[in-house]
Design a protein. Structure first.
Length: 277
């Protein structure tokens, strides 16, 4: 599917051109955009200032990353502009002295499109961010006829130093196969699906059997104290959701280090899990 936005035309025009910094209103270097694209970005940014969801370790004592939520429901016309916004935020934190990895969700059909992959590659290269700061969040596995092209697109981006996460991990055999083949660095479990009286022991068993040194487990959508307790029992590495902290602006992200709510809960209800740090 070919993007129709004006931004896509700009991205294609930058290909094979030397990197040029453009400074924003605060005098900070940006992502190498034309003045027209920068004005469009700044206008959009004012309307969507809140959207970075902080991610913490399980005990809430340390900020470990951010999920850029506007990309989750982005239309084809918005995708590249929002991806650029996410990269700019990661670069803003990095220039400000904070090494905060950013997870940028990507729809399945974009992974199977060589045109989208070309555009995303150009944006990532022009951002000049260090390896490990940019993560692609796969929102769903592709349909069978798109599987080959999607894996090819992900491998192209992986060669640029991009990490890969699966955002809706349910423990299915197909998901585990993808995780093994692509050596996925992060698996995200929606804790709203784990609110039965008993924890899904089969899912916990699968995670523990699969998990290896480079794979991190994320608990998403924590909104109840029970969710945090379950996440602790499941020995996840990272947590995020309204209970930890709601989405904030990129500037606010610079000034947080922990989730005070999660820390308070653990101070009153200490858990036996020692893997939260």
């Amino acid at each position: 599917m070919s993007p129709k936005s004006r931004l896509y035309t700009l991205v294609k025009a930058w290909k094979n051109k030397p990197f040029q910094e453009v400074r924003d209103a605060c005098g900070e270097p940006w992502l190498g955009l034309s003045s027209q694209a920068l004005e469009e970005h700044q206008s959009w940014s004012k309307r969507q200032a809140i959207g970075h969801e902080p991610i913490f370790n399980c005990k809430g004592t340390k900020l470990t990353g951010s999920l850029f939520r506007p990309l989750i429901n982005a239309s084809d016309m918005q995708l590249l502009r929002l991806f650029m916004e996410g990269l700019d935020s990661i670069a803003y934190w990095y220039r400000s002295g904070r090494f905060i990895p950013g997870i940028l969700p990507i729809p399945t059909h974009a992974l199977a499109s060589s045109e989208y992959i070309d555009a995303l590659s150009d944006l990532i290269l022009n951002s000049r961010l260090p390896v490990g700061l940019v993560t692609l969040g796969i929102q769903a596995l592709p349909q069978a006829h798109l599987e080959g092209s999607s894996k090819e697109g992900l491998l192209r981006l992986r060669r640029l130093g991009v990490l890969i996460h699966l955002l809706q991990f349910s423990g299915s055999a197909e998901e585990l196969k993808w995780a093994e083949e692509l050596e996925i660095e992060g698996l995200h479990i929606d804790m709203t699906q784990c609110r039965q009286p008993e924890l899904p022991l089969d899912l916990i068993s699968q995670i523990r059997n699969y998990k290896h040194a480079r794979t991190q487990i994320y608990a998403s959508n924590l909104t109840l104290v029970k969710d945090l307790s379950h996440a602790s029992l499941m020995q996840v590495d990272h947590c995020y959701g309204g209970l930890m902290m709601p989405p904030i602006s990129r500037h606010q992200m610079l000034h947080i280090n922990d989730s005070r709510i999660a820390k308070a809960i653990f101070s009153f209800h200490p858990q036996s899990n020692q893997n939260g740090d």
